[in-house]
Each structure stands twice: as structure tokens, then as C-alpha cells.
Design a protein. Structure first.
Length: 321
């Protein structure tokens, strides 16, 4: 893969990273370390077949950097770029288009953090405003989270005999799938936007990578809540979770999150990204654990040929069936 083409006002140097650790170091060197912990998409970087890039953006005013994840393939190839909204101006977007074209990455997703939303994007298909919430694990006490209601729910769950439990990997994944599907069904019924569910093999890939862990609580040996958390260095991301109807009544998800926070703190983690949020209910849940709001605008575009766009649309249609 090559470098992004320079524009009149801005130049971008595309630097391939051997792993997410190098990505973190390059972002920090360019003064963009918050991108690493604040961008929800970074958690996907450990999946196989993903090429990791740091885009160094140079301007007269200074230098910053964007995180890039690329996946090749005519039907499924694409480029995901995360960075500060202020960095994604027209010059940068033009340079990213050149990089996308040179490297056969037609489908593009941008995650713009903080600030005003970027300008309209060439062949933009949709944009999704929302918020991600990042917990400073150096400041939070899991036994004294900000929300009194959360603390009451934790107490109720403990009183009902809910506690941490460990299963063999495949059994834990099956339980996680069941619980996450129950939560997705509730959210769909409320009219929320739901992303496609992971399959068993994807969860197994995350766990086998050594970067992800499943945290689960059970009542009487039956799992009632489950969270998948990815950790890279001193940053962590909540990636997927679910709670059974009984677990919802017991406050199991609140107890589980305090256990996740406690475990990450003990392992020396400094931040926990609780993920992209569109609804007030989820925002209350996340701020109740000390999550600080970071505005995120997701933008989707297709910079490929007309024929390529038709193939990708057909492939997505087949997968939905």
C-alpha cells in the first residue's frame, strides 16, 4: 500500500503499523493520544485481516494523526478512519480519497471525535451522530460509582446471590451470545439502531487473540449478564454485552460493570471506553459509572466504481438473508 497524496494545504503520510501498540505510540507522538482511547473502532484492530495505519496530518498550524484500519477485497474491502473532527477537513478527506483509490479500499467509514461534524463527504451514504463515554479508571471507585441508582442495583444483585462466574471458553461464548441477543431484541423493540450481531467464531477470535476477556455474572449457576471487553495496553473498550430479563430485574448488568472496572484497575488499565450511544437510557447507564461524553459522528461513504458498489450492495443483501 502507498502513501496518501498531498493537497495544496495539507499533506498526509500513511504509516503502516505492525500492531495496535505501534499505532498507539504514533498517535501519541503526533499529540493525538486521545484518539486511541476515545475511538470505539480501535477495538476492531485486533481482528485478523486488518491492516493498521497511522495517518500523520501536517499543516502550517502543526501536526496531528488519525487512526486507520483497512481490509482488502473487492466486495468487502474498506477503510475505517478515526480522528478528531477538526482534523477531517476537505483537504484531509481529499487525501484519504486518494489513499483509498490507490489501495483498493472503496467502502469508507469515518469516526469523527469531538467538535463540529466534518463537511459533507464525497459519495456519502449516511451519517450517524452519537456519543461515546470514556471512564477514567484512575479516578473512579467501583464501590462508589456516581449514580446512587447504580449502587442500589449492585446491592440488590448481590443480595439476590448474583456473582462472578467462570466458564470454559465455548460455554462462555454461547452464554454471551444468548444474553446479547436478548438485549438486542429489547433495544430493537425500543426502536434503537442495532448493529449486526457477532457470530461464535468472531468471539472466539477475540478471546484467542489474548486482547479480549469475557466477564460474566450468574445466579444459581445460570448466567444473567455478560460483557466482552478488549484491552490494548492501558486502554480498554466495552465491545459487546447482554443481560437476561431476570438479570435486568436483579440489577445484574450494574454489578457486572463494577466488576469489570475493578478488574481493569487491578490490571493497571487507565481508561474504559463504554462505546457508541444514541439513546438517553444508555447514556444514563454509562454516565452513572463515571463515563465522560465524547461526541462521535459516524460517516459512511463509497468511493469505489459503480460496478463495485453494486457488488457490495448485493453481498450485503445476501448476508442479511
Amino acid at each position: 500500500m502507498g502513501h496518501a497524496a498531498p493537497t495544496r494545504k495539507t499533506s498526509i503520510q500513511a504509516q503502516s503499523c505492525r500492531d495496535v501498540g505501534e499505532l498507539r505510540d504514533r498517535l501519541a507522538a503526533a499529540g493525538a493520544s486521545t484518539v486511541f482511547s476515545a475511538a470505539p473502532a480501535i477495538a476492531r484492530a485486533i481482528l485478523p485481516g486488518c491492516q493498521i495505519w497511522a495517518f500523520e496530518v501536517s499543516r502550517e498550524a502543526g501536526t496531528t494523526a488519525l487512526a486507520g484500519l483497512a481490509r482488502s477485497g473487492r466486495r468487502s474491502g474498506g477503510l475505517l478512519v478515526a480522528g478528531a473532527a477538526a482534523a477531517l477537513d476537505r483537504d484531509v478527506l481529499g487525501a484519504l480519497r486518494a489513499f483509498s483509490r490507490e489501495n483498493g479500499l472503496p467502502a469508507v467509514k469515518l469516526e469523527a471525535l469531538d467538535g463540529a461534524a466534518p463537511p459533507s463527504v464525497y459519495r456519502e451514504s449516511s451519517r450517524q451522530p452519537g456519543t461515546t463515554y470514556v471512564v477514567d479508571l484512575t479516578e473512579i471507585d467501583p464501590d462508589r460509582v456516581p449514580s446512587k441508582n447504580h449502587r442500589r442495583n449492585v446491592k440488590r444483585a448481590r443480595g439476590a446471590g448474583v456473582g462472578r462466574i467462570a466458564f470454559a471458553a465455548d460455554e462462555a461464548i454461547d452464554a454471551h451470545l444468548t444474553l446479547s441477543r436478548a438485549s438486542m431484541k429489547r433495544r430493537a423493540e425500543r426502536g434503537e439502531t442495532i448493529e449486526a450481531a457477532f457470530e461464535h467464531a468472531t468471539f472466539r477470535t477475540y478471546l484467542d487473540s489474548g486482547f479480549a476477556s469475557l466477564f460474566q455474572v450468574a445466579q444459581g449457576g445460570t448466567p444473567v449478564a455478560s460483557d466482552l471487553v478488549v484491552r490494548i495496553g492501558d486502554a480498554a473498550w466495552y465491545l459487546s454485552g447482554g443481560t437476561s430479563p431476570d438479570g435486568m430485574k436483579l440489577g445484574a448488568s450494574h454489578l457486572l460493570m463494577t466488576e469489570v472496572i475493578r478488574n481493569l484497575q487491578e490490571d493497571g488499565c487507565r481508561t474504559l471506553n463504554l462505546g457508541f450511544t444514541e439513546t438517553e437510557a444508555l447514556a444514563r447507564f454509562k454516565t452513572g459509572f463515571g463515563g465522560e461524553a465524547v461526541r462521535v459522528t459516524r460517516i459512511f461513504a463509497d468511493w469505489g466504481s459503480v460496478g463495485g458498489r453494486a457488488l457490495r450492495w448485493a453481498a450485503r443483501t445476501v448476508r442479511r438473508r
